[in-house]
Design a protein around this ligand. Structure first.
Ligand SMILES: [Zn+2]
Ligand SMILES: [Zn+2]
Ligand SMILES: [Zn+2]
Length: 282
């Protein structure tokens, strides 16, 4: 038995049976929806899947015709699509609890991967879907164009857009369990700038921030319409965390390191050469 849940714990489900194929998706839609460098999905037979709670909290957004993306309306975690009825449910691996019993077998949409992300492993890489019959070669239209040192970012539905006007000081791939749940992915890639380094240019009223009650500062900011992770401005602590997956422009740099590797997903192997820290860098 395999279980999964969103960051806030409202949406929970169970799979009675083995999981199917697990693969990393680098498409621009997944990067936006998850606010992560890539998403990892695993399939389960619909007959083995059941909801335990929180189905009513799920919001769906149609990112391309007939393709729904589901997320918890309370905390923003991407969750399985409840309307999936073709015999399989696709589950974001980052919101699974414990050992899923399977490992990723390939990278898909590798041709459109983030310029700032390094694929460090030797798994097969497919430009789009391995089998063209699996679906259209979808891509999200580019939104912003870099102007000088200003970087643009936006959510998947495009209702929210922002600019980064201050330097990005550090970039971490964070493997903590909260980030895994929040982004429903193996890890985040977050860039850090000053508290006034990000300005929302539209859709600020569509932002929702979920603060984890038991945490000192952990919160997730996301678009209420499409669920995409958005920059979180923490005035008190004096920084803004930018989910790199939401950037439209190339930031010209990738992650400096991997942090909180002590709690990384059991199904994910770090195979690039970046420094690794069990918790925070010294
Ligand atoms: Zn939730
Ligand atoms: Zn994808
Ligand atoms: Zn949106």
């Amino acid at each position: 038995m395999i279980t999964g849940s969103c960051l806030c714990g409202t949406v929970r489900w169970q799979v009675d049976g083995d999981l199917g194929t697990m693969s990393h998706c680098h498409c621009s839609m997944c990067r936006k929806a998850h606010g992560a460098p890539f998403a990892t999905y695993v399939s389960a037979a619909s007959g083995d899947f059941r909801w335990l709670s929180g189905e009513e909290a799920i919001t769906t957004y149609e990112s391309s015709p007939g393709f729904l993306r589901a997320f918890c309306g309370r905390c923003g975690s991407v969750v399985p699509d409840p309307a999936d009825d073709d015999g399989h449910v696709f589950i974001p691996a980052g919101v699974l609890d414990g050992e899923p019993g399977v490992r990723p077998t390939s990278h898909i949409f590798a041709a459109t991967k983030a310029s700032w992300h390094i694929i460090g492993d030797d798994l097969p890489r497919h430009d789009a879907y391995p089998n063209p019959d699996d679906g259209p070669n979808v891509d999200r239209p580019a939104q912003g164009v870099a102007q000088g040192s200003v970087l643009h970012g936006s959510c998947l539905c495009g209702d929210i857009a922002y600019v980064v006007t201050e330097p990005i000081k550090t970039v971490h791939n964070c493997h903590c369990t909260r980030c895994q749940k929040a982004r429903a992915a193996a890890h985040t890639t977050n860039g850090f700038t000053s508290a006034n380094g990000v300005t929302f240019v539209r859709g600020e009223d569509k932002l929702v921030t979920y603060k984890l009650p038991e945490a000192k500062a952990f919160a997730q900011t996301f678009c209420s319409r499409c669920g995409s992770a958005m920059p979180r401005i923490n005035k008190e602590a004096g920084y803004t965390a930018i989910p790199f997956g939401s950037l439209d422009d190339d930031p010209g740099r990738g992650a400096d390191d991997h942090i909180y590797t002590g709690s990384k997903a059991v199904w994910y192997a770090i195979e690039d050469d970046l420094p690794q820290y069990v918790a925070l860098p010294h």
